[in-house]
Write a protein that binds this ligand. Structure first.
Ligand SMILES: *[C@@H]1O[C@H](CO)[C@@H](O)[C@H](O)[C@H]1NC(C)=O
Ligand SMILES: *[C@@H]1O[C@H](CO)[C@@H](O)[C@H](O)[C@H]1NC(C)=O
Ligand SMILES: *[C@@H]1O[C@H](CO)[C@@H](O)[C@H](O)[C@H]1NC(C)=O
Ligand SMILES: *[C@@H]1O[C@H](CO)[C@@H](O)[C@H](O)[C@H]1NC(C)=O
Ligand SMILES: *[C@@H]1O[C@H](CO)[C@@H](O)[C@H](O)[C@H]1NC(C)=O
Ligand SMILES: *[C@@H]1O[C@H](CO)[C@@H](O)[C@H](O)[C@H]1NC(C)=O
Ligand SMILES: *[C@@H]1O[C@H](CO)[C@@H](O)[C@H](O)[C@H]1NC(C)=O
Ligand SMILES: *[C@@H]1O[C@H](CO)[C@@H](O)[C@H](O)[C@H]1NC(C)=O
Ligand SMILES: *[C@@H]1O[C@H](CO)[C@@H](O)[C@H](O)[C@H]1NC(C)=O
Ligand SMILES: *[C@@H]1O[C@H](CO)[C@@H](O)[C@H](O)[C@H]1NC(C)=O
Ligand SMILES: *[C@@H]1O[C@H](CO)[C@@H](O)[C@H](O)[C@H]1NC(C)=O
Ligand SMILES: *[C@@H]1O[C@H](CO)[C@@H](O)[C@H](O)[C@H]1NC(C)=O
Length: 760
């Protein structure tokens, strides 16, 4: 739940204010001859000191009277400057002290510019000034106490600057001040008690500063106050009860302070005009006063992140309520009637946000949630003690964009009506007791960006209809009892980027090779299922992958060498599978921080580079045939001859190769080792030519290896180099060996390798 939109409230208040503030009408004294020349010189001084990239001052020249200049308005009779309005003119520089010479000024608006340095205290000489707007500039220094001499001031807006220091006590004498806005500066210290003497005040905004101490109870004397914004400061202690006696109050914002104590019982009776109350992020306690329902104009109630307790009262009269958030309190009693108040909200026909998460509400979700306003778009009751089933009438709330109910005890099946909520972007049902199958209708939720069904008792297959949810950034179905294969449709969710978690289920079959489509996926967890067969080499296409968890499955075969291209991989856990072969060297070349190869059937020498330097980052226990490595791993020494023999035997197991000699290349032979897995064999056969061999041109090899670029160089041996390449013809990844025929024995070695491969 975000903080309230103060800008909107404030801009609303301006128009509200203009209707209230009296139009000037007093008779002005006669002007002495020659004083108007002062105005002209002062304006020219102002121009001279101001940086004006937009050229708005080009009209400020001698071809016209200064009363005609851009932004300048003069009085009709005496031709003196009464209004200087240069709002949003992209001006910068320091305002010169000469401004104090424009003694007929009633209104100054320099807002939305880049003025800096101090606010000249000479403003204090402008005793006719009624409106002073300097907001959204870069003014620094203190608020000049001399402003207190502007005894006719109605509105002072210094918001969004870099003003420092205390609030000047002297300002309390501005008895005509209706609006004081000091929002978003760097002010410190207390609100002076004397501010209770600003008896005309309608708006007091000092949010987003570093004010501290107690909020003075004298503010309760402000009989006309309608807006009080003190959010995001360091106020402590109780909100003075007198504040809740200001019957004119419409907007109250005290978000993000350290306020404590409880709200007065009569709040709803003494603040009958209240429309928005924001008290989020404080330490307030006690119950929500029952009388709040009498404040029937309330549109926003935001009291999240406090320590409110007890039963939530009825809100049946609040027809305008559109934002109700009480998240992260201690409301409720783990009782069955805790959620009764929800039914009273059915009269709030504009309700958009309903947040009651992280409280201690018990009972079940009342059926009347289906009668909540169709306008509801944000609804969360996560992390409570809510039990019972999820009413199918939830499907009525067709404008829901976010629905959270994780961390409760909700049981029964997920109603298929959930599929009606086709505007949902986020749905979290995790850590409940939902059972039965995941409804197929969930595939209707095409706008979903996040779906979390983890930690339930869901059964049956993963519905293939989830493949329709092409906007998913994360999908969590972990820790359920789902079975069957991983549907191919899940592998088409190329939007998946944050994570895909299917761990802790009973999924079987192979990991589809289409996994390679998930190019944006950062984390994949398939741990704790019954997935089998080989890890498809296409997994190397998951180039964004940082964490891969496939432990506790039945995967077989070797780790695909091609995984060396997964450069971002930081965590790899393949423990407790049936993986075999050598531990590939490339694992030591990646930036792995955590590697678990435990409880497989790996063999041969343990690499010693990278992650293999640390027996804490790397775990290899339960692989009986490993040897070597750094001493920390406490593995037996390798028998060199033994390991060489094993390498060949491994090669004969996993490599099925074809080769072709290349015409036109005098001294280079390329030998293709297709690192091919059984289930890929058919694909190869169909895409290769009739003799069963793949004919590859030098050109396509050049393309496949990026011009034999060093990034694709897998290794250099005594007779040549081995490159990784992606063949266009088959869309498969191959190893390409280039023999250096100038090297003595190279051709012999080539013949020997061909001999071995032929026998395979
Ligand atoms: C200044 O004021 C005097 C008398 O009020 C008047 O005669 C004169 O024209 C004014 N000059 C300008 C530039 O407005
Ligand atoms: C002087 O101001 C007039 C408008 O008042 C404008 O048309 C003219 O271009 C300006 N002259 C210069 C030199 O900027
Ligand atoms: C205007 O005010 C400044 C500083 O406040 C002063 O130094 C100057 O003499 C005044 N200029 C005129 C033209 O009155
Ligand atoms: C503040 O002023 C700048 C121009 O200096 C403008 O671009 C920006 O939109 C203004 N901000 C607000 C909140 O009005
Ligand atoms: C500020 O106000 C004091 C007291 O009225 C006065 O003496 C002083 O001249 C003023 N300063 C300026 C810069 O106007
Ligand atoms: C408020 O004004 C009254 C007179 O109007 C005065 O007696 C009192 O001292 C002022 N209070 C403060 C705190 O300045
Ligand atoms: C705000 O004031 C408090 C003391 O009241 C101080 O500890 C804190 O550092 C200040 N924070 C900022 C951002 O100035
Ligand atoms: C609030 O107003 C009531 C009635 O006007 C009064 O009795 C009570 O003392 C006031 N409370 C505070 C704290 O000002
Ligand atoms: C406050 O509301 C209650 C019940 O909603 C009602 O009985 C009572 O009359 C109301 N009080 C006022 C002052 O409106
Ligand atoms: C809705 O408002 C009507 C009229 O005020 C009232 O009779 C009804 O009880 C309210 N419904 C709920 C659920 O509070
Ligand atoms: C909710 O709406 C249904 C009709 O959709 C109606 O029958 C029922 O009485 C309503 N319940 C409440 C509590 O308003
Ligand atoms: C997993 O599924 C198999 C059948 O496919 C079944 O025999 C086994 O009991 C299931 N295990 C669990 C923990 O549900």
């Amino acid at each position: 739940m975000g903080l309230p939109n103060r800008d909107r409230v404030l801009s609303g208040s301006f128009s509200f204010l203009t209707t209230i503030i009296l139009v000037l009408g007093s008779v002005l004294p006669l002007v002495e001859a020659g004083e108007n020349e002062t105005d002209r010189l002062t304006l020219l001084e102002f121009k001279a000191r101001t940086v004006d990239p937009g050229g708005v001052f080009s009209s400020w020249n001698d071809t016209s009277h200064f009363c005609e200049w851009h932004g300048v308005t003069c009085g009709h009779r005496h031709r003196r400057v009464i209004i200087l309005n240069l709002n949003s003119n992209n001006l910068a520089g320091a305002v010169p002290p000469h401004i104090g010479n424009l003694s007929f000024l009633r209104e100054v608006d320099l807002g939305n510019n880049g003025f800096h340095s101090k606010i000249p205290p000479q403003f204090g000489r402008l005793f006719r000034l009624q409106w002073l707007f300097l907001y959204n500039n870069s003014f620094s220094g203190q608020i000049p106490s001399n402003l207190s001499h502007c005894s006719n001031l109605h509105a002072l807006d210094l918001g969004y600057n870099m003003l420092e220091g205390n609030l000047p006590i002297e300002l309390a004498s501005l008895s005509k001040l209706k609006e004081i806005i000091l929002e978003a500066n760097r002010l410190v210290g207390n609100i002076p008690l004397s501010f209770g003497n600003l008896s005309s005040l309608l708006i007091f905004s000092a949010s987003i500063n570093n004010l501290s101490g107690m909020i003075p109870k004298t503010l309760g004397q402000l009989r006309y106050l309608s807006i009080l914004f003190l959010a995001s400061n360091n106020f402590i202690g109780m909100i003075p009860p007198s504040i809740f006696n200001i019957s004119t109050l419409i907007f109250l914002d005290m978000v993000e302070n350290q306020l404590e104590g409880s709200l007065p019982n009569h709040l709803g009776l003494t603040l009958p005009n209240l429309e928005e109350i924001y008290l989020n992020y404080n330490c307030l306690t006690g119950p929500i006063p029952k009388s709040i329902s009498n404040a029937s104009n309330l549109g926003q109630i935001q009291i999240s992140v406090n320590n409110f307790i007890g039963k939530v009262p009825s809100f049946s009269k609040m027809r305008n309520l559109h934002w109700f958030s009480i998240d992260r309190n201690n409301l409720g009693d783990r009782q069955s009637a805790d959620l009764d108040f929800m039914c009273s909200l059915t009269n709030s026909t504009n309700l958009g946000t309903l947040g009651i998460s992280n409280n201690v509400f018990g009972g079940s979700i009342p059926d009347c949630i289906g009668n909540l306003s169709i306008t509801l778009s944000w609804f969360s009751f996560s992390f409570n003690y809510i039990s019972g089933t999820l009413p199918s009438r939830i499907g009525n709330l067709i404008n829901l964009a976010s629905l959270g109910m994780g961390g409760n005890d909700i049981s029964g099946s997920i109603p298929s009506e959930i599929g009606n909520l086709n505007k949902l972007s986020r749905m979290t049902l995790q850590q409940n007791k939902f059972s039965g199958q995941i409804p197929k209708s969930i595939g209707n939720l095409r706008r979903l960006t996040g779906l979390d069904l983890s930690g339930n008792d869901l059964q049956g297959p993963i519905p293939s209809s989830l493949g329709n949810c092409q906007n998913l950034l994360y999908l969590d179905l972990s820790t359920n009892h789902l079975n069957g294969n991983i549907p191919l449709e899940i592998m088409s969710l190329s939007s998946l980027s944050i994570y895909l978690d299917l761990s802790g289920n009973n999924l079987s079959g192979s990991l589809p090779r289409e996994i390679g489509n998930l190019k944006n996926l950062g984390k994949l967890s398939l741990a704790g299922n019954r997935l089998s067969q080989q890890i498809p080499s296409s997994i190397s296409s998951c180039i964004s992958m940082e964490s891969l968890y496939i432990q506790d499955n039945l995967f077989e075969g070797p780790l695909p060498l091609i995984m060396s291209s997964m450069r971002g991989l930081q965590v790899l856990n393949v423990s407790n599978n049936r993986l075999v072969g050598h531990i590939p060297e490339f694992l030591g070349l990646l930036n792995l921080m955590n590697l678990s190869l435990s409880y497989n059937d790996f063999e041969g020498a343990l690499p010693i580079r990278g992650v293999f330097k640390s027996a804490i980052s790397t775990s290899v226990v339960g692989n009986k045939k490993l040897c070597g490595g750094l001493p920390d791993f406490q593995l037996p020494k390798c028998d060199y001859n033994e390991s060489k023999r094993m390498r060949i035997s491994r090669a004969t197991k996993i490599l099925i190769s074809t080769f072709s000699t290349l015409a036109g290349v005098a001294n280079i032979f390329c030998l293709l080792y297709f690192l091919w897995y059984r289930h890929n064999k058919k694909a190869l056969a169909s895409s290769s030519s009739e003799d069963g061999l793949l004919h590859v041109s030098y050109h396509s090899l050049l393309k496949a290896t990026g011009g034999f670029s060093s990034t694709n160089l897998l290794g250099v041996g005594s007779f040549g180099s081995v490159y990784r390449g992606l063949l266009d013809q088959t869309q498969s990844i191959v190893a390409i060996k280039i023999l250096d025929l100038t090297h003595h024995g190279a051709s012999k070695s080539f013949i020997a390798e061909c001999g071995i491969l032929r026998r395979v």
